[in-house]
Design a protein around this ligand. Structure first.
Ligand SMILES: N[C@H](CCC[C@H](N)C(=O)O)C(=O)O
Length: 279
């Protein structure tokens, strides 16, 4: 099987061309676990298959490193756009990509005939998703307390298609995320598990964020997590509508247009290497 290793802000996935590579759905979770392993496989935060779609230009089928599916992936979708353009699967500079039934629209930023960065319309945040039943702006309940391992944290839950718990704190640098992350991920509050963002507000246009991803663990960046974080910051009156999110692997620029109620994410997409692996 041929593959391409790509990343957005260090959030790295293995990309597989579903037009040419055939893998049965039944075998995918096990294959994903094997390929994602950083010692026994290629290594990555998960695997993304790029497929044909009748509703959008392309379909993105995303898997976490543990073989579970995710509905959406912000860093991944930018890399999908780079993949299809750089490999001439399209010559359009605006493309649509569907993932778990949700279509996103992407504008490619091109330099020397290659995609350098991508601006994505990530759609509207969902403040009352089925698995995140708490917040409602109208009812002004935007944050809630959660007890994790005997400590109480303040969090705001936002879905960007996939679920996020945004936890505000002063010291994200020294946080023992390997220890606390799994407790949030598997908390009874989240029957479908959750992605958790630990956030420090630096100023009205800048925040620092670390993430513990559902199904993968700590990653260097999370695009949907950065979007959810900015929505949570704005709802809590902590930032303006345009925010730079500083992550371990780089920066993402997020804007929540309140009038349109749409979240825009702009960030890099990079190819690292390509290869072939026996499956
Ligand atoms: N890293 C991804 C999100 C993966 C989310 C996944 N871990 C989930 O189970 O929802 C991003 O850039 O948006």
């Amino acid at each position: 099987m041929e593959f391409t290793k790509m990343h957005g802000c260090g959030n790295d996935y293995i990309y597989v061309n579903g037009f040419t590579e055939e893998v049965s759905a039944r075998k995918k979770p096990e294959l994903v676990r094997r390929l994602s392993d950083r010692h026994f496989g290629i290594g990555g935060d998960g695997v993304i298959f790029i497929n044909r779609s009748s509703q959008a230009d392309f379909e993105m089928e995303m898997y976490n490193a543990d073989g579970s599916r995710a509905e959406m992936c912000g860093n991944g979708i930018r890399c999908v756009a780079k993949y299809v353009y750089d490999k001439s699967l399209t010559d359009k500079t605006s493309v649509s990509v569907i993932s778990s039934g949700q279509i996103k629209y992407l504008d490619l930023i091109i330099k020397n005939v290659m995609v350098k960065a991508v601006k994505v319309n990530m759609g509207s945040p969902i403040l009352k998703a089925a698995d995140i039943p708490v917040i409602s702006e109208n009812e002004e309940v935007i944050s809630e307390m959660i007890e994790v391992e005997g400590k109480v944290y303040e969090m705001t839950c936002v879905s960007m298609g996939n679920p996020h718990a945004v936890v505000f704190m002063e010291d994200v640098e020294n946080l023992d995320i390997e220890k606390i992350g799994p407790y949030f991920e598997n908390h009874v509050r989240f029957p479908n598990r959750v992605n958790t963002e630990f956030v420090k507000v630096i100023d009205r246009n800048t925040v620092q964020m670390r993430v513990w991803e559902r199904g993968t663990g700590e990653t260097l960046a999370c695009g949907t997590g950065a979007c959810a974080t900015v929505v949570a910051c704005i709802l809590n009156g902590l930032t303006e509508e345009e925010v730079t999110v500083k992550l371990l692997g780089g920066k993402l620029h997020i804007r929540w247009d309140r009038r349109e109620n749409l979240v825009y994410m702009t960030g890099p997409a990079e190819t690292v290497f390509e290869g072939e692996i026996e499956i």
